[in-house]
Write a protein that binds this ligand. Sequence first.
Ligand code: HEC
Length: 121
Amino acid sequence: MTRWFAAVVLAASLAVAAGGAVFAQSSSAEREPEEPTVFPEGENRDEVFYVCTACHGSDLVRAQGHSRERWAEVLGIMVEKHNMAPLEGEDLDKTLDYLAKAFPPKGRGYTNPFLNRSTAK
Ligand code: HEC
């Protein structure tokens, strides 16, 4: 292999590698790693954070505000639809306590007219 040819091959492979790196970076699979501190302070915050962000970003959780009962339903959906390992006993209690405190129902006083209509008989 002549010297110039080796240089061209090297340059070409570097270009491919660089292109690959750019592509990998733009893939949505590459998320910024999150820290438990993105969740509000509270008892069991870290545990809940790690359970819930094993599958998705914390934003899905943070975007919502529910009562303890509704959070229990959300967890039911995670288990039934998304194959989350069911939480039981103390783990379930701690998780629900944290979620209900950290992400309580939003906009108290506002009732969703669509929800009302579906429950009115
Ligand atoms: C085994 C995987 C898994 C685990 C663990 C998990 N989830 Fe999910 N969750 C999902 C999937 C999959 C979705 C749907 C994602 C999407 O729509 O992009 C989802 C969506 C959600 C949503 C949005 C639902 C909606 O209708 O908008 C909330 C809220 C949520 N998860 C809360 C939680 C909480 C709280 C925990 C921790 C207790 C948790 N998840 C743990 C898989 C999981």
